[in-house]
Design a protein around this ligand. Structure first.
Ligand code: 13P
Ligand code: SF4
Length: 361
């Protein structure tokens, strides 16, 4: 079998795997405002009673983000979620996001109880990077530093030298490149290509993608730019390179929000999950935000700028989890200890960088 047909087969198998998962994602009923209010009140009471804190990702429903804000919790990107969960003094962390975020919280805070509204909320990147295949891939390249994206299982993290999120990936790879290191990157190929392109680092890439960002199409974006010639394009680096080539700002969720606030332009076309619009509009109320098109010649939108797994976080599920202590995330202690090493490396690196930036100011 040639290398490219082996790669095609792997991609087809990954796509099938993701489709099977998606077929099981339940359809979310329309929210009933009265019922939602009841859940909100009950969750607030339970958060207090259990000394619990709600930590939500920017892609979750606006009602969940608003609840995290109102109750003194946190709404953020995946890096800040990890930090906040570790540093806050709650006994219980309620993590609204996808499974790897709950696992990361559990690894970093072994003495806290970590609950999730649903443990079925996974991620196409996590699914497409199973530990057995990944470990074999690493074994074939013992001369490379293994850098994995946070959107992976605890077992994949435990096999890595570094864990990174999108807000710090570029800095970490630059740092490793300065040391003359060769890199094995997994699992997101678009983010990997982007970093490789920006740094010129010697990287080999695992071949997986985010089903949400994969759907953004350059052709549709070009048409939209023609319609809004003054708009700036903000894109998450999980988007395809043809889309990134047209972006004015490429960054993690929090970096894109910052750009919408700080740039002088009035209109932004945003290529990431639509959940981000809640916070972006809150921080930049006078700006016009438009979701980047997923339509194009070869589009078959399975997600339409909306992560199906993030969408599984509902108020009802959160209430039930808090009430019953169900959907608890517990990473095996030995595995957690091993996954902690590359995670801690990322957090230490990010802290050092922040101090360095502050020092320069
Ligand atoms: P951030 O690290 O930018 O929050 O992204 C997480 C994610 O899942 C993007 O799809
Ligand atoms: Fe994973 Fe993509 Fe969903 Fe982020 S948006 S959690 S990368 S499937």
């Amino acid at each position: 079998m040639t290398q490219s047909s082996a790669q095609d087969n792997r991609l087809a198998a990954d796509t099938l795997l993701v489709r099977e998962y998606l077929a099981e994602v339940p359809h979310k009923p329309e929210p009933d405002p009265t019922e939602n209010q009841r859940y909100r009140d009950a969750i607030k009471a339970l958060l207090k009673e259990r000394n619990a804190t709600l930590v939500a990702h920017y892609y979750t429903d606006p009602e969940i983000q608003a609840l995290a804000e109102e109750t003194g919790g946190m709404v953020s990107d995946s890096l800040e979620m990890a930090r906040f969960g570790r540093d806050c003094d709650a006994d219980v962390l309620v993590v609204a996001g996808v499974r790897f975020m709950g696992e990361t919280a559990s690894i970093l805070s072994p003495d806290k109880t970590v609950l999730m509204p649903t443990t079925a909320a996974t991620c196409s990147l996590d699914i497409a990077c199973p530990i057995d295949k990944f470990s074999a891939f690493c074994d074939q390249h013992p001369d490379r530093v293994v850098v994995v994206y946070a959107n992976t299982s605890a077992a994949v993290k435990a096999r890595a030298d570094w864990v990174v999120t999108s807000s710090i990936a570029l800095d970490v790879v630059e740092h490793l490149q300065d040391q003359g290191k060769k890199i094995l990157w997994a699992p997101d190929r678009h983010l990997g290509h982007y970093i490789q392109h920006k740094t010129g680092a010697d990287m080999i890439l695992w071949d997986a993608a985010c089903i949400v960002h994969e759907e953004f199409k350059a052709k549709g974006l070009m048409d939209m730019k023609a319609l809004y010639p003054d708009a700036k394009v903000l894109a998450h680096p999980e988007s395809p390179s043809s889309v990134l080539a047209m972006a004015d700002v490429i960054g993690s969720t929090s970096q894109l929000i910052k750009a919408a606030v700080e740039l002088p332009e009035q209109t932004f076309i945003v290529a990431t999950d639509q959940g981000i619009f809640y916070k972006m509009q809150q921080q930049a109320p006078d700006k016009t935000l438009i979701v980047a098109p997923t339509a194009g010649n070869d589009a078959s939108c399975r997600s339409c700028a909306s992560c199906p797994w993030m969408g599984m976080n509902s108020l009802q599920a959160m209430y039930e989890s808090l009430r019953d202590g169900s959907n608890r995330i517990q990473v095996d202690r030995d595995l957690a200890a091993r996954a902690m090493v590359p995670l801690q490396r990322m957090l230490d690196f990010s802290q050092q960088r922040q101090l360095a930036v502050k020092g320069k100011a």
